[in-house]
Design a protein around this ligand. Structure first.
Ligand SMILES: NC(=O)c1ccc[n+]([C@@H]2O[C@H](COP(=O)([O-])OP(=O)(O)OC[C@H]3O[C@@H](n4cnc5c(N)ncnc54)[C@H](O)[C@@H]3O)[C@@H](O)[C@H]2O)c1
Length: 286
């Protein structure tokens, strides 16, 4: 398969903008498309802050900032994507919205362009039916983690029809942008979310049984298991509504072992959603 020269990312939100940044940092020209030019530009603007933080941390050189950002072109147009070699889709987690985006892209992109979706929960094989049969071999999942500009892992998820050369191509693209890809089957939650939520559900059982406090469970995971962040701090970061939604999807797929604990539902009902609502397991209003 050809080298990747032109990359496009669809959806300039939390994930899409930073995925675009990963490609731009490693020298690729990236088109960043959202529903409107304003939204695409807003996604790009946020990347200044992301790079400033990286400069402060010493992981990015200040002299490369403007050049990197100049490689990202925000747009609302579809037509400019027709020569892309790789498209990474990161729009809302909604089957119908993603289907419409892929059908439109399929009608205009060149035939060897690879389509990768960042979906967390929609089966890749199902999403691949949004494109015509001849593209299905070039369709796969590439699941980045938040914050995408920092986290090294990408789960590469072939669907039923994905060609082996597409998997190798995407694995290679990930390595070229400094990520570490792992290959995972097209199952609900892929690998990471299954491990993560199994742990969070058990942490919530400990809490319900009064075995330990959220503070102490976080200390346990950091000092006893070497995790960089404890489960309760991380749950507050991702948001309790999303956490509950993912557990409901896992519960539906795998049954009892992923049944969300009542205490999590209570937190959602109380609007203790985490950092975004000012209060989750911990208080951020102080
Ligand atoms: N947030 C996470 O931690 C995370 C982690 C891994 C994967 N994901 C997945 O990544 C995808 C994006 O998530 P996010 O958190 O960045 O969402 P987000 O809501 O921050 O961003 C989605 C963006 O898509 C845009 N969009 C919606 N419809 C569009 C369309 N038709 N055309 C172009 N742009 C459109 C929106 O305007 C928005 O800017 C989802 O599939 C999600 O499941 C999210």
């Amino acid at each position: 398969m050809e080298a990747v020269n032109k990359v496009a990312v669809i959806g300039a939100g939390m994930m899409g903008a930073e995925i675009a940044l990963c490609f731009a940092v490693s020298g690729h020209e990236v088109t960043l498309k959202d529903a409107t030019l304003q939204l695409a530009q807003k996604g790009k603007d946020r990347l200044r802050t992301v790079l400033d933080k990286a400069i402060q941390k010493g992981t990015f050189e200040a002299k490369d900032k403007d050049g990197t950002l100049s490689r990202i072109t925000p747009t609302e147009e579809y037509d400019v994507l027709k020569n892309a070699d790789l498209i990474v889709e990161a729009v809302f987690e909604d089957l119908e919205i993603k289907r419409a985006v892929f059908a439109k892209l399929d009608s205009l992109c060149k035939s060897d362009c690879v389509f990768a979706t960042n979906t967390s929960s929609i089966p890749i094989t199902l999403l691949a039916t949004s494109v015509k049969a001849r593209r299905a071999g070039r369709f796969l999942g590439s699941h980045f983690f938040s914050p995408a500009s920092v986290m090294k892992l990408v789960e590469i998820v072939p669907g039923l029809e994905t060609k082996e050369e597409t998997v190798s191509f995407m694995m290679d693209c990930c390595r070229k942008i400094g990520k570490t890809p792992i290959r995972v089957k097209d199952v609900t939650g892929f690998a990471v979310n299954r491990i993560l939520h199994a742990m969070w559900i058990e942490a919530n059982r400990l809490l319900e049984e009064g075995v330990a406090t959220p503070e102490d469970i976080d200390i346990a995971c950091k000092l006893g298991l070497g995790h960089p962040i404890g489960p309760y701090a991380l749950m507050d970061h991702t948001g309790m509504d999303l956490n509950l939604q993912v557990q409901q999807i896992l519960h539906e797929a795998y049954g009892e072992r992923f049944r969300p604990r009542p205490i999590l539902k209570q937190k959602v009902n109380a609007n203790h959603l985490g950092r975004k609502s000012g209060r989750g397991w911990f208080d951020y209003q102080k």
